[in-house]
Ligand binder design. Sequence first.
Ligand code: F6P
Length: 507
Amino acid sequence: MLHTHLPPLSSVPSLRDLFAQNPKRFDEFSHNVCGIVFDFSKQRVTQKTLTALLDLARAQQLEEWRASMFAGDIINTSEKRAVLHVACRASENSAIPHVAEVLMAKKRLLDFAEKTRANGSFKDILCIGIGGSDLGPRMVVKALSHLKTPYNLHFISNVDGSVLHGALQKCDPKTTLILIASKTFTTVETMMNARAAASWLTHALGEDAIKKHCVALSTNEKAVTDFGIDPAQMFPFADWVGGRYSLWSSIGLPIALAYGADIFEELLSGARAMDDHFRASPLDQNIPVLMGVLGVWNRNVLNCPTHVILPYDDRLSLFVKHIQQVDMESNGKIVRRDGTVADDKTGPQIFGEPGTDSQHSFMQLIHQGSDIIPVDFIGCRTPDHPFDDQHAELLANMLAQSRALAFGQTLSEAQGDPARVFSGDRPSTTILLPRLNAHALGALIAAYEHKVFVQGILWGLNSFDQPGVELGKILAKPISQALQNNLSLAETDSSTENLLKVITTRP
Ligand code: F6P
C-alpha cells in the first residue's frame, strides 16, 4: 500500500504551524510555469513529505512511463494502443511519432475552418457529440467567450430530444452547419441526434444538403460514408487519441470555427509548453507531477474521497465538467493494469462550480463537513471585462476561502461558539492564470491531463480505457427496444419490469 512508504500524517504540523515556522513557505512551494502561478503552500505537506512522494513516483517508474508515452509505446495495454494526444500539439521539429501526419491533418482542418469562416454562408453551427467528443470543445468555446465569433454554436450531447429540439428551433436549415463528432461514429446518443438533425435538414432542403451542410469528425471512415457524408467533409484522427483527450485533434473543429485557426494554434501552443515542461523538468519542479503526488497524498494519507475544482472565473464553469471526465473516466477504476485489484483508494470524485456561486451552495460542507475535501482554486489575474472592482471582489473571495480552509478559526477566535469553529488544515492549491487566453487555457488543460497520468502510474492503473461505461450501454439496448416497441422484457428484475410498465402507460 502506498501510504506505508510515506511519513504518517501525524508527523506533519498543522498548516498554521507550517506557515508560522517558515515565512518563506510560499517561495518554497509555489512555481511559475508557462506564465501560470501554482501555489501548493496550502497543501498539508513538508519538504520531507514531498521528497517521500517523489521517491514513490520514481519507484513506480513514473519517468520511464512518461518516456514511453511520448515515445508512442503501447501504454494503453487493454486496447493495445499508444497514447499520443501530445502528438496533436507537437511542433514540426518534434521527435514525437506521427507528428508529420498530424500536421497535415491539422492543416486540412484549419484550412476548412478558415474557408468556412470567410465564406460566411453559415450562421449557426450544431455540434453533435457526447463525452470526449463534446466536453472539451464546448468548454474551450465557453472559456474564450470574450472573443468574437461569427457563429451561434449549439452543443447537443444528451439523447434527451428536448436539447436538439430547442436548438433546431433557433436555426434556419439554409444557414446551419452540422458537425457530427464521434470517435467511433457508433455512439447511440450521437447517432440518434445526428440522424434527427440530418432529417430536419433534408426535409427542408432535400437529400443533397447532407453533402454541403454536414461534417464528420471521426476515426470511422466507413460509418461516416454510410451516413452519406462526403469524404471531403470528413476530418479523421487516429485511434491513439483517446476520446477525453481529443479536443486537440479534429474534434476541436468547433473551436477553430468559432475563433479562427490562430486561436486554435495558440491553444495547442499552450498545451505544448506544458508538455515540454512535464517531459523535461525535474520531478520536484514539475507541475503535473506535483499536482499528481499531492493528490495521491490527499487521497491515500488524508483519506479524502473527493476533490473539488473551483474556478473563480465563470467562463471556466465547463472546465470542471471536462476535467471530471478526464479524471474520473481515466482513474475511476480499481483493477490495475496487471489485472489485480488495487489495495489503495484510487481516483477521487471530482466536482466543482465557479466561485463565488459555490460559496452560496456547497462550501458550507467543505469548510465544516466531516470529510476533508481538497480544493483547486483557479483565478485569472487580469479580467476581460471593464469591471475592475468586481474582479477584485471575486479574487478577494477566492483568497479568503483558501485562508479559511487552511487556518480555520479556533474556539477562542470564535468567542466560545462551537458552531463557528473551523477546523482548518483543509488543503488547497491556488492556480493563477495571467488572463484567460487560449495559450494559458491550453497549458492549464494539459497540466490536469498529465496530473491524471501521474496518478494512474502511482496507482498502477491503465488510465486510458473505460470498461466501466460498457455494461450500462449493453443493458440499455433491450430496454430501449422494449420501450420503443411497447414490448415487455423477457428477463429482468421486478423493479425494472414495473418501472417499464409505469413509463409505457404515459399519463
Ligand atoms: O462514455 C464513454 C465514451 O466512450 C467516452 O469515453 C467517449 O468520450 C464518449 O463515449 C463518446 O464516444 P465517441 O466519440 O466514440 O462517440
